[in-house]
Design a protein around this ligand. Structure first.
Ligand SMILES: Cc1cc2nc3c(=O)[nH]c(=O)nc-3n(C[C@H](O)[C@H](O)[C@H](O)COP(=O)(O)OP(=O)(O)OC[C@H]3O[C@@H](n4cnc5c(N)ncnc54)[C@H](O)[C@@H]3O)c2cc1C
Length: 501
């Protein structure tokens, strides 16, 4: 028995070790894959809880997902848990939303997007003669792009342009050189339907006019697979992934901000947390890429300030988490307010950064579906206005925009809600910086424009420091929760290869 314990101890000592910085979805995914490969993994998160952008806010009996609220691409989550011989439903419960969402275009003028494609086609036909058939063929093309992109291309590490070259991508070459905006407008004329078809690519962080038409696979994610709600919210997905990782032996440490990555002889050998040195064979960071490089002495950084300043970042956001003392009428779980032209707002986000005059906004009322979010008879509302990263976000500015969205909500949905606001909490650019160490307070990373896709994105592996890796929304494949899971997988494969396991 004594000998057996000694051998176990020795084997444990010989185990390769990995430190993971941050506990967002990409870190959680990579933690699970590395542990499965036999690596001793420790995750260090600066905040009080895990989940990164998907933090949960609890207040006066209300709950709010602070970041992501749309659960799209269920196949990516199934594939993740499937890699461990497990099923999604062992970790959290999913509900398909029907209607998936509602889009307002004017006072009491809105379109409901159903949970089934056939019904969406009928809606399109009702709004524009002939648009139903056009939508059907558009979604068919989107589905075939989805099969190529999400089932294959996005799982490539972005090391070489050759990863993108195949017979299938060659056939679709023109789709990389025209925008999704042009491709939608060539088929659909009704401005409301155009806005609906341009909405999904906003998740990729750039303007539809700057996003290649190939990315219409997001439309298949939207209309083909549909929108799901994980019961108790997106944080429950992060918790599920953490539970899986813990079962595999991963250790989690919160309130543990990494202050420095230690490099010796050109190799990452550990980190400093609370002035204490912690060593490992490999360091992987899921924190924002730019911030991670600040944890290195400048000769070890791959990308200069100039490099980052020239990149197209996904927007930041002004968010409000609001507890209402009554149920809100005429809105769905996900409701988009597209009653003003997007072009002007997009200019303020991407071209000449400024607070928008007439912002589009999004609202989520998860308590419509899930009683976890609000006490009985009350409603939890999350409001999001996309804005340019780096803007000043004073308290008066936030108040001004709260008034704007409440006025618009009241007039578009024809009801009084202001007197029912029990509390509101806001979150904006400076909070993204202080809570997540986010570059210029970006909300969801580096946009997926053509020249910020795959091989053109910041690398998963440092070229200047051995055994240092990166994952998450600023590297491959891009912004969003499903891409974060994929990023965690592909970086783990690189690490496992390096450690020859
Ligand atoms: C408001 C908002 C709405 C969104 N909506 C959606 C949506 O509906 N659907 C969707 O799919 N995606 C959505 N996204 C995008 C999605 O949430 C992100 O792309 C994804 O969660 C990013 O995961 P990540 O692992 O890359 O990084 P993060 O979640 O940012 O995780 C990085 C972690 O690193 C930690 N960290 C930073 N510095 C340090 C340090 N020095 N030491 C230790 N830890 C550190 C941070 O605290 C954080 O926990 C949204 C994002 C936001 C902000």
């Amino acid at each position: 028995m004594f000998l057996f314990n000694e051998i176990l101890l020795l084997l444990n000592k010989m185990k390769k070790t990995a430190i993971i910085i941050g506990s967002g979805f990409s870190s959680l995914a990579s933690a699970a894959y590395l542990a499965k490969a036999g690596i001793d993994v420790s995750v260090y998160e600066k905040n009080e809880s895990i989940g990164g952008r998907a933090s949960r806010l609890e207040h006066q009996g209300f709950n709010f997902d602070m970041g992501p609220t749309w659960y799209w691409m269920p196949d990516v989550f199934e594939r993740f848990f499937g890699d461990f011989g497990r099923k999604v439903e062992e970790f959290y419960k999913l509900e398909k939303l029907d209607p998936a969402y509602q889009v307002y275009f004017g006072v009491k003028e809105s379109i409901h997007i159903a949970g089934r494609l056939d019904e969406i086609i009928e809606t399109f036909e009702k709004n524009e003669k002939g648009a139903g058939a056009k939508l059907r063929s558009f979604i068919k093309e989107a589905e075939s792009n989805y099969d190529i992109a999400i089932k294959d291309l996005v799982y490539k590490p972005g090391d070489s342009i050759l990863e993108l070259v195949s017979l299938e991508t060659a056939k679709r070459l023109p789709l990389f050189f025209k925008s999704i905006s042009d491709s939608v407008r060539a088929q659909i004329k009704n401005p409301n339907l155009i806005q609906i078809l341009e909405f999904p690519v906003l998740f990729l962080g750039a303007k539809p006019s700057d996003t290649p038409a190939f990315y219409n696979f997001m439309n298949f994610a939207d209309f083909g697979y549909g929108t799901f709600h994980p019961m108790k919210g997106m944080y429950s997905v992060a918790e599920g992934m953490k539970n899986l990782a813990q079962e595999l032996g991963v250790k989690f440490f919160v309130d543990s901000p990494v202050e420095k990555i230690i490099v010796e002889d050109g190799k990452a050998i550990g980190v400093i947390i609370h002035q204490k040195e912690i060593r490992a064979d490999v360091v992987l960071s899921g924190a924002d890429y730019h911030h991670t490089e600040q944890l290195l002495d400048s000769p070890y950084r791959m990308y200069s300030e100039k490099y980052w300043s020239k990149k197209v970042f996904a927007p930041s956001s002004l968010l409000f988490y609001v507890g209402f003392d009554k149920k809100i009428e005429n809105v769905e779980h996900h409701t988009l307010f597209f009653d003003v032209p997007f072009a002007d707002h997009a200019k303020d986000i991407y071209d000449t950064p400024a607070w928008p005059e007439k912002p589009l906004f999004y609202a989520s009322f998860p308590s419509k579906t899930d009683s976890f979010f609000a006490p009985e008879g009350k409603e939890a509302g999350v409001f999001l206005i996309p804005i340019a990263p780096g803007l000043e976000d004073s308290g008066t500015q936030r108040e001004k925009y709260f008034d704007i969205i409440i006025d618009r909500l009241e007039s578009l949905t024809q009801q009084e809600v202001r007197s029912s606001v029990l509390f509101k909490k806001s979150f904006c650019v400076s909070d993204f910086v202080s809570r997540y160490n986010s570059y210029k307070g970006n909300a969801y990373g580096l946009a997926n424009t053509l020249f910020q896709t795959a091989v053109f994105r910041p690398k998963l592996q440092s070229r200047k420091v051995k055994n240092l890796f990166f994952t998450g929304q600023l590297t491959v494949p891009g912004p969003g929760v499903p891409p974060a899971l994929i990023s965690g997988k592909i970086v783990s494969e690189k690490i496992i290869k390096l450690l020859k396991l």
